[in-house]
Design a protein around this ligand. Structure first.
Ligand code: NDP
Length: 252
């Protein structure tokens, strides 16, 4: 086959909607076998069926990535069924903005649990597979979804932005650590992408700001990020794109 990702085994977290779903489909269309992870099993099954219908291979693994033991079991399944991952798109995340004075410790914790601890659970469970693949096949990619919020200042998004600053800084450090083992590490930092992410926002001010921005900004689409993920993974092995800051043209 001449497909650019033929022979690759990809794992995508947050694959039941938005950026993860579009990326899983795109990676499969580029020839990778894809394990799709998220909590909603039905959505994953639909995705797997769609991939199969277009001639690709996907496996659904329903898992809550905040549960470290469950993530390890998922990694063991990927090893057994697909032969170990050489591409990890570590993408599951949640955004719950709100004024800090409202003291929504529950929402702070949900963001920290998923965007930081969940992300680390996935890195912990799959890094051995990536390192092994890099050693044996000469290629592996760890691509983390950060956010433009890791760089820009958005009032009331402090905790979310801080979790994403963690992702971006972690990625830089892991790159120098794993690059010597031929594992490429990247962080993608998107501006606003139209997905289910906005639907979880409970703060009225933040919701109104997001909704209102649609009038002046043509939001990114999940497909735009999926193309970026595919581009990073298909680069020649000597090339690592550490950081991709990708914005809607009209978003400041
Ligand atoms: P969505 O809400 O559409 O997707 C989030 C995904 O994460 C879903 O598949 C969801 O599936 C999954 N998920 C949530 N909680 C868990 C959990 N505990 N365990 C496993 N999976 C979980 O949003 P996006 O596609 O927009 O978000 C993807 C990433 O992109 C996030 O990290 C987000 O922060 C980041 N991002 C998004 C931007 C945007 O404007 N949309 C901008 C910048 C970054 P399920 O509920 O089935 O578990």
């Amino acid at each position: 086959s001449t497909k650019p990702l033929h022979g690759r085994v990809a794992v995508v977290t947050g694959a039941s909607s938005g950026i993860g779903e579009a990326s899983a489909e795109h990676l499969a269309s580029l020839g990778a076998k894809v394990a799709v992870l998220a909590r909603r099993a039905e959505r994953l099954d639909d995705l797997v069926a769609r991939v199969a219908k277009s001639g690709g291979t996907a496996v659904a693994v329903a898992v809550d990535v905040t549960d470290a033991a469950a993530v390890q079991a998922a990694a063991d399944r990927v090893q057994a069924e697909l032969g170990g991952a050489d591409l990890l798109f570590n993408n599951a995340g949640v955004m719950l903005p709100g004024p800090v004075e409202e003291l929504r410790a529950d929402q702070w914790q949900r963001q920290i649990d998923l965007n930081i601890s969940g992300l680390m659970n996935v890195i912990g469970a799959f890094t051995p597979q990536l390192v092994r693949a890099a050693g044996e096949r000469g290629v592996a990619d760890l691509i983390n979804t950060s956010s433009s919020a890791a760089q820009n200042l958005y009032p009331t998004f402090a905790v979310y932005a801080a979790t994403k600053a963690f992702v971006s800084h972690l990625s830089k450090h892991l790159r120098v650590e794993l690059g010597t083992k031929k594992v490429r590490v990247s962080a993608i930092e998107p501006g606003i992408v139209g997905t289910e992410l906005q639907s979880h926002v409970t703060d009225e001010g933040a919701s109104a700001w997001l909704e209102g921005s649609k009038e002046s900004i043509d939001w990114l689409r999940s497909e735009d990020i999926a193309q970026t993920v595919g581009f990073i993974a298909a680069l020649p092995l000597r090339v690592n794109l550490p950081q991709v800051f990708i914005m809607p043209t009209a978003q400041p």
